[in-house]
Each structure stands twice: as C-alpha cells, then as structure tokens.
Design a protein around this ligand. Structure first.
Ligand SMILES: NC(=O)c1ccc[n+]([C@@H]2O[C@H](COP(=O)([O-])OP(=O)(O)OC[C@H]3O[C@@H](n4cnc5c(N)ncnc54)[C@H](O)[C@@H]3O)[C@@H](O)[C@H]2O)c1
Length: 374
C-alpha cells in the first residue's frame, strides 16, 4: 500500500493507494465513523456500478448511511444539483459531526466537497475517487466547486478531505475516453514537474500505439498503481507549499485557462474536462514556443503523447472571441491580466502574467498561421 501524507493549514491527511482497498472500506469506516451519519454522494453511473452495493455493505457494517445520487455529467455540476444535495443533508438531519463521502469522479468530488464545505459551515469529507482523473488529481488538495453558466468552478471553496482512499481496481469499468482524460492530467503533471514521469508515460504511450489502449489497460495494474501514487506525490508536494493557490499551485492550471474556456463555450456538453485541457495545453505551448519562452519542439512532443491516448490536440470549432470572454471570468484573471502556467521545457513549469488582449491576439496568431499541432 502507498501512503502519501498531505500537510495543510488545518492538519494532515493521508492518501492511501491500494488494490482491493474498496472492499475493505466498510470495515475501515466502521472503525472510524461508527455513530456518525454518512452521506454517500455519487452520480447515477457510479451508484449503479458500485454505490448501491457499497451502501448495503456499509449498512451491514452497522453504519448510518444515506445515498445522495445525482445525474452523471459535468453539465450537472451546478447550483441546482447542489441544492438537491443540501436538501437531502437537511432532511436527514446531518450535523457538523457527520460525514460526506464522495464516491465518484471529479464532478462528484468537487460538488460533494463543496456541499461539505458549506452545509452548516462545514461537514467532514472523505474522497473515494473512481476515475483516473480523480485519483491522480481532483481528489487531492481540497479545491471544491460547482460551475455557473458563466464559467467553470466559479463558486467554490478550499475544503480538505479527511482522507482519500484510492483503489485502482475501480478503473476496470471506466471507459477508454475517461481513462484518457485522467492521462491528460497525468501528462500535465509530468510536463510541469517531472521529466521522469514523462519518460514513463512516453514509454507507455509507445505501447498504447502498438497494442491499443483497451488491451494495454488489462496488463497495466502494477505500473499504473505506481504512476497514480507518483502523480499524487507531485500534487501533494505542490499543495503542501501553496494550499490556497496564490503561487506555485497555479502551475497545475497548465492548459486549464483555455480548457475551462472551451468547456464553458460548449456549455459543458462538448469536450470532456481532460479533452479540453489537452487542447488547451497544446495551444498554450504553441503560444509560449512562438514567444521564445518554451524550448522549440516541446509542443510537438506534448501533442504526440496526447494523441496516443486519442486526446484532441486541436481546438474545437468555437469562436475565439467567445473563448476570451469565458477566460475573462476565469478566477486567474486579475484586472485584465491572467496568470499563465506554461513549460520552459518538459518537467519545468513556470508562471507569467499576460494581458487578456495579448492572449486573444496570440491565439488568433497561432490559429490563423495554421501552426496548431495536428
Ligand atoms: N478539484 C480539483 O483540484 C480538480 C482537478 C482536476 C479536475 N477537476 C474537475 O474534475 C471534473 C472531471 O472529473 P472526471 O473526469 O472524473 O469526470 P466525472 O466525474 O464526470 O466522471 C466521468 C464519467 O465517468 C463515470 N465514472 C466514474 N467512475 C467510473 C468507474 N469507475 N467506472 C465507470 N464509469 C465511471 C462518471 O459517471 C462519468 O460519466 C471536472 O469538473 C473538473 O473541473 C477538479
């Protein structure tokens, strides 16, 4: 078992990574949370696959649990669904000593975490991620939020979980599309922070090209567990230094300024999060290469590794003006300037400020030049 400890202002918590951990959770929860109410927040897909059975097992273990199920999908990570979660917590008499358990992907973790952060000014919160993206990224670090029609994650908080339980076996049911989404965030971590991780992911991408993702996934178990743990450590090291996103944590936004804009312009029903980040990372790296900030050739390497997972490396057909309007509402926008996360070279993430007007011109420049990676 891998144990990764995160240190935050409010205290420390552990991320545990272990195959078959999920089966042990009723026993673990019985020891830790007996006598507390548990709200099992999960989406409709995960409830059918794992949630219903998990609820039964928790009840068998003598725990007081209520499932709160919402319709799966980013388009439901909103105030309307949040209201229904609050209603269930209130109707079931949750108090501050009770727990919210997020069982699901990043959408579930972000929304259940925000409900936990705000209901009664804060309930305790546990993450049980079920997508690769949530295992390597979103379940760690305490950023919780919902989207508004105007933009991604515009209503949110910092609310650290009390524990994160990762069982990579749960990934066996995840579609290749959402598996690839998690690879996008893993590739992001490697590009901003770790050439060693990039090398591992590059080797893997060569195998994917030969064998195809589906068949490779079956033989991946041990190396995947190590990669998940390594990615958790990269994120943990960043969050330990800058929990509240005032400095180095903004490196994690590599590809996200443009990615979030794409998701918003497509009303959260087009590119998935990982796909939008993928296209966003390539476009941003093209821009910083053209400015001489990034070593030549890195955008090509980035596009190649992303393409091996069928992730998009070109922009969808959207209006750049609309994209910039969406970026204007980004949390990283301060007085018309936006903090950009980019790479100098693989493994070396950097930050710089750019005027939004300049960003718009540079996006047009790259797209009109037809120099966007394909
Ligand atoms: N808080 C953070 O630091 C942070 C970081 C990165 C991304 N995010 C957020 O994460 C979200 C994206 O997360 P996601 O990609 O996990 O999306 P998601 O939660 O929508 O999950 C993707 C799909 O996979 C299904 N699913 C989940 N687990 C499954 C399993 N084991 N087997 C089969 N199907 C399964 C879900 O029902 C859903 O349809 C975005 O909203 C993004 O903003 C947050």
């Amino acid at each position: 078992m891998e144990r990764i400890t995160v240190q935050t202002v409010g205290g420390t918590y552990d991320i545990l990574v272990k195959r078959s951990l999920f089966k042990s959770l009723p026993e673990i929860f019985k020891e830790k949370y007996k006598g507390r109410k548990l709200a099992l927040v999960t989406d409709s897909n995960v409830f059918d696959l794992y949630g219903q059975n998990f609820e039964n097992e928790l009840k068998k273990a003598g725990l007081d649990v209520v499932s709160i199920v919402f319709k799966a999908g980013e388009e439901n990570k909103n105030l309307h669904t949040l209201q229904s979660i609050y209603n269930s917590l209130a109707d079931n008499g949750f108090t501050r000593s009770d727990y919210v358990i997020a069982l699901g992907g990043g959408v579930t973790g972000d929304m259940a975490g925000f409900a936990a952060a705000t209901f009664l000014r804060g309930l305790k919160f546990i993450q049980v991620p079920t997508t690769l993206l949530a295992m390597v990224d979103s379940s760690i670090g305490g950023k919780v939020a919902v989207d508004l029609p105007q933009g991604k994650n515009l209503v949110g908080a910092f609310h650290q979980p009390e524990a994160v339980f990762i069982d990579p076996e749960l990934l066996s049911t995840l579609s290749d599309r959402y598996f690839a989404d998690g690879m996008a965030e893993l590739i992001k971590h490697s590009f901003i922070r770790s050439i060693e991780l990039y090398q591992k992911l590059f080797e893997l991408s060569q195998k994917v090209r030969k064998e195809g993702l589906s068949s490779l996934r079956e033989s991946l178990s041990d190396s995947l567990d190590l990669i998940i743990a390594e990615s958790c450590r990269i994120k943990r090291d960043i969050v330990n230094i800058d929990e509240k996103d005032n400095g180095i944590r903004q490196l994690l936004n590599f590809g996200h300024t443009i990615g979030h804009g794409i998701e918003r312009v497509q009303n959260y029903t087009g590119f998935s999060h990982g796909e939008a980040v993928s296209a966003g990372m390539v476009l941003m790296t093209k821009i910083t290469e053209s400015m001489g900030l990034t070593q030549k050739g890195e955008a090509h390497k980035l596009a190649e590794i992303l393409k091996s997972y069928n992730l998009p490396v070109s922009m969808p057909d959207i209006d750049v003006k609309e994209l910039i309007d969406a970026i204007r509402l980004d949390k990283k926008n301060r007085s018309g300037k936006i903090t950009i996360s980019y790479i100098e070279e693989i493994g070396q993430g950097r930050l710089f400020e750019m005027e939004l007007n300049e960003l718009e011109e540079r996006i047009h420049g790259i797209l009109n030049n037809n120099s966007f990676a394909s």
